[in-house]
Design a protein. Structure first.
Length: 201
């Protein structure tokens, strides 16, 4: 990522949590995301990599409600500063690192879950980034991608996302996420979830 991109996201950090699905300040929206994500993770106390974590909202959700041990990575210094600040009363407290999500400085083969929300589309080389992410997983690890193609024309179509994952993983599941309760209101964007639980032999 370029320094210009880093600076842009540092500025975005100031108002990032104002979006309903970013800050999860509404209890009903927070509950919707918890009900979506927690059942995808088997049990409690799992190791989770939250890549492109922003201000750490999903990291905190998984730690506080699922008892998971989360490592959040984001290349924006301001995003990580806010994530650390928000996490002070969270147990287990997530570990947040300033680094490029395209090549996260995390130990390969040690994570039960790799989660990325609205990140893959922004990678200069999505396939290469995805390969790096999958390398972080244990043999039974779960890949969870929340992605979209927005009305502005940017983003990643569901078909393309499924294709990218299918090239590297088996058992690829797709779910549309067009329900208003995830986003704080109706959306005409293509928003979805892609899950993969098994790797290629």
């Amino acid at each position: 990522m370029t320094e210009d991109a880093r600076s842009l996201w540092d500025v975005e950090a100031e108002t990032y949590d104002d979006a309903a699905d970013h800050g999860l300040r509404d209890p009903d929206i927070r509950r919707a995301w918890a009900d979506l994500l927690l059942p995808l993770i088997d049990g409690r106390g799992r190791r989770v990599a939250d890549l492109g974590c922003g201000t750490g909202t999903l990291s905190l959700l998984l730690a506080s409600e699922g008892g998971h041990f989360v490592n959040g990575v984001d290349f924006s210094v301001e995003m990580i500063r806010r994530a650390r600040e928000k996490s002070e009363q969270t147990s287990p407290r997530p570990v947040f690192t300033v680094a490029d999500a395209a090549d996260p400085p995390l130990k390969r083969g040690t994570f039960d879950v790799v989660l990325a929300r609205h990140v893959l589309w922004a990678m200069p080389n999505p396939s290469a980034a995805l390969r790096k992410w999958i390398e972080l997983l244990t043999p039974t690890g779960v890949l969870i991608l929340i992605e979209g193609r927005w009305h502005t024309g940017v983003g990643l179509t569901a078909d393309k996302c499924v294709q990218l994952v299918s090239e590297l993983r088996n058992d690829v599941e797709f779910r549309a996420l067009d329900d208003a309760f995830y986003w704080g209101g109706p959306t005409t964007d293509e928003r979805y979830l892609v899950i993969s639980r098994t790797r290629r032999a």
